[in-house]
Design a binder for this molecule. Structure first.
Ligand code: NOJ
Length: 745
């Protein structure tokens, strides 16, 4: 049986950890957890004893580099409420012992970390996880990450990131869930439930952090940290939606973002931090700034100096300052000068302490004892493999090139990402590259060494040298099929990794040109942190499997799909442009007064909203993904032709597996309100479901829709307006079986 936690270095079996935590949290023989009122009384008592400097200390977070004598003394003096990002588990445990036993009030630290897509076991990057459209599996993965990281002394992860991104130039698109607020909300809420478990206090739960609040993904030009302008309707309907969903899922903390939002930096934005988060959503946990984001109010041109930056951050509602020290340095002067009300500081500290109490840090969880780092358990590896498998999106499969028959003779494995453990992990990976199973290793294991001819062709994704091409072509000639592992290396996506071009970097396209001349079936497997543009390559190869950065078990997941042991079922969580010039491009856009057409008489009308030099349509639409079988969508049915504003109806359609393989299909529900007091998007995702169908099987797939599901924002107001709606049940955002219904006043 796998252990689910550790207490004083003793592995705990399933269920025991939570039980023990609850027992210790009660601090007596009672198994009862503290009531909210009891916790508030404990906080009152602490606040009454705390000096102003101790309060400002709680509001400060530093990177734990090592446990020097200076750091130890600072912890003793209550200088830090939180440490993050470094230190061994033993150092964390020692630091915590000092905080609890040697500081004046014994307030525990909270240890944070960027556990973004796994800890020991690395799952696919979040964008890849989103392509699974499987929130339950995403929840399970996050829970494993919580289990593994909590055993390493981490109590708080700076995840999930839920920034909606419509611009793949932005490198951080890898860290989020794509372009759609509904998918992102489902995924983000699932991750929060996975990290935080049923109770934050459980030994294997960690606090989640909803980031980056808010609007960061709308960065101008795709450049990281850049300015954003988002009208309130759009802010609420699209960018705030996942943040609200995780509030409803009980997220413990938020991180205020780097970007300037509509003129006011997000880390000093009273509208988003106070009005929306506190007044409207009633959030009672705490907000941490992003890294030095409070000090950055100065270069933003929003604060004249550090003192003013601190004042603006505190007043706006950022409880804890990450890395910069403006709160600590200026808090006293601000209170003495009456620029900050001491009650605001007390409230900020209360919200931090509240989460520390909820986590059980004053009790069992504070008594963390380091355990030797454990290897991934079998269930963790299995979940990583399943999630990597479900995240694979089949973009092309000419003449059923895939799957390859097991009886195939030899395969050539070519390309810079066939055996690059580090790159396969993706951005923000905590796992060790030597635990990674690469596609090359998995294919060798599945087929035997002598049936796999390996010639990388390029040393890495940016390599421009053709020196390796001859060996690659030789391998291709000697094989019955060519597997090309292309894409971008891990360092090309993630923070501060914007790209102005989205093409395959280096000489990859040239490599494809050479290798495809061998006349063998060519299958491209693309590993990347974002949608790439590879139109020319797509035309030259027979099949394309998009694998994102798939994590520890990416190799076996990809090999299984190639050899037909698993059927790809992922769907794109983001639109793939034909060229970077189409960006931003997203499915839920408005129609314009001159919508372009790609067929019919209007296709020749010059005066529509399109390009002269490239189609207006994407290379692959949002929601798209093929299978080894074929699914047919027919007979959309609406339970009643109309419903009232507060009513509900059901939409159903028949989905049939008309191919020869049993497989999963992700069935999607879209609506469009034809006319409203604000123009509505041409489609909006309202639901999805993963169904499993045998060959020849047909299923009626049904979705319930309530009037409230059709609501949108007019400024701050959430409204549902009567009118005519089109509705689709669809395999992607550009297809489907269609019907309509009416919402009556
Ligand atoms: C900056 C990043 O924007 C944020 O996502 C991360 O959590 C912090 N650094 C801490 O590493």
């Amino acid at each position: 049986m796998s252990s689910t936690g550790r207490f004083w270095n003793v592995p705990l079996r399933h269920g025991q950890a939570a039980l023990l935590a609850a027992f210790l949290a009660a601090g007596s023989l009672s198994l009862r957890a503290a009531t909210p009122a009891e916790t508030e009384r404990k906080i009152d008592a602490l606040l009454a004893k705390m000096t102003l400097q101790e309060k400002l200390g709680q509001m400060s977070q530093a990177v734990l580099r090592d446990l020097s004598d200076k750091t130890k003394e600072e912890i003793r003096q209550g200088r830090w409420g939180s440490l993050f990002g470094g230190g061994t588990p033993a150092e964390k445990a020692a630091a915590q012992r000092i905080a609890i036993r040697e500081s004046r009030l014994g307030i525990p630290l909270i240890f944070g970390q960027d556990v973004i897509h796994g800890y020991t076991t690395t799952f696919p990057i979040p964008l890849g996880q989103s392509a699974s459209w499987d929130p339950e599996l995403v929840r399970q993965a996050a829970h494993i990450a919580a289990r593994e990281s909590s055993a390493g002394g981490i109590q708080w992860t700076f995840s999930p990131m839920m920034d909606i991104a419509r611009d793949p130039r932005w490198g951080r698109i890898a860290e989020g869930f794509g372009e759609d607020p509904y998918v992102a909300s489902q995924m983000a809420a699932a991750m929060v439930r996975g990290y935080q478990g049923d109770s934050l206090e459980a030994a294997d739960s960690i606090a989640a952090c909803a980031k980056h609040y808010v609007g960061y993904g709308a960065t101008e030009g795709g450049r990281d940290y850049n300015t954003t302008w988002i009208p309130e309707n759009l802010l609420r309907d699209v960018f705030l939606a996942p943040f609200q969903a995780v509030r409803e899922a009980g997220v413990a903390t938020y991180m205020s973002a780097f970007n300037n939002l509509n003129g006011v930096p997000a880390s000093a934005n009273e509208f988003t931090l106070r009005q929306v988060l506190r007044d409207e959503w009633k959030f009672d946990g705490f907000v941490v700034s992003d890294y030095t984001a409070i000090a950055e109010l100065i270069p933003h041109g929003y604060a004249a100096d550090a003192k003013s930056a601190a004042q603006k951050g505190i007043v706006a509602g950022v409880n804890m300052e990450m890395v910069s020290t403006t709160y600590w340095d200026n808090g006293k002067a601000l209170i003495e000068g009456k620029q900050v009300d001491p009650k605001v500081v007390d409230q900020a500290v209360r919200e931090i302490l509240r989460i520390k109490f909820r986590l059980g840090l004053f009790d069992a969880k504070g008594q963390f004892s380091p355990a030797p780092a454990a290897a991934s358990t079998a269930d963790a590896l299995e979940t990583a493999k399943r999630l990597a498998a479900e995240s694979l999106v089949l973009l092309k499969n000419q003449n059923r090139t895939l799957p390859l028959a097991r009886s195939i003779g030899k395969v050539a494995v070519i390309g810079p990402l066939a055996d690059s453990a580090r790159d396969q992990l993706g951005t923000w990976a905590m796992g060790e590259p030597d635990t990674v199973r690469t596609p090359l290793a998995a294919l060798r294991q599945a087929l035997g060494e002598n049936r796999v001819l390996f010639a990388p062709g390029l040393k890495n994704s940016r390599d421009n040298s053709h020196d390796g091409f001859a060996a690659a072509v030789k391998a291709a000639r000697g094989a019955d099929a060519v597997l090309l592992f292309l894409g971008e290396e891990a360092s090309l996506s993630g923070e501060a990794s914007a790209r102005a071009y989205l093409d395959l970097p280096g000489a990859q396209e040239a490599l494809v040109n050479e290798v495809s001349q061998a006349g063998k079936p060519v299958i491209a497997v693309v590993l990347a942190g974002r949608p790439l543009t590879f139109h020319n390559v797509a035309e030259k190869v027979n099949a394309i499997l998009y694998a994102w950065h798939p994590g520890t078990m990416g190799g076996p997941a990809i090999a299984n799909a190639i050899l037909g042991d698993a059927v790809p079922s992922g769907k794109l969580p983001v639109t793939f442009p034909r060229t970077v010039g189409q960006v931003p491009i997203y499915y839920n856009h408005l129609n314009t007064g001159r919508p372009p057409a790609d067929s019919g008489p209007e296709a020749n009308n010059k005066f529509t909203s399109k390009y002269l030099d490239v189609s207006f349509t994407p290379e692959y639409p949002f929601g798209y993904g093929l299978s080894y079988t074929h699914f047919e969508y027919t007979s959309l049915r609406v339970s009643t032709p109309g419903m009232g504003l507060g009513g509900s109806l059901t939409i159903s359609a028949d989905v049939a597996n008309t191919g020869a393989v049993e497989a999963d299909e992700i069935v999607q529900l879209y609506t469009r309100q034809m006319t409203a007091s604000l123009a509505r998007p041409v489609r909006e995702l309202k639901g999805f479901r993963r169904v499993h169908l045998k060959p020849g099987e047909k299923q009626s797939v049904e979705f319930a829709l309530r009037g409230g599901d059709l609501a949108f924002h007019k400024g701050s107001q959430l409204v549902t307006e009567p009118g005519l709606f089109q509705v689709w049940i669809a395999p992607d955002s550009a297809a489907g079986t269609q019907g309509q219904f009416v919402v009556t006043p």
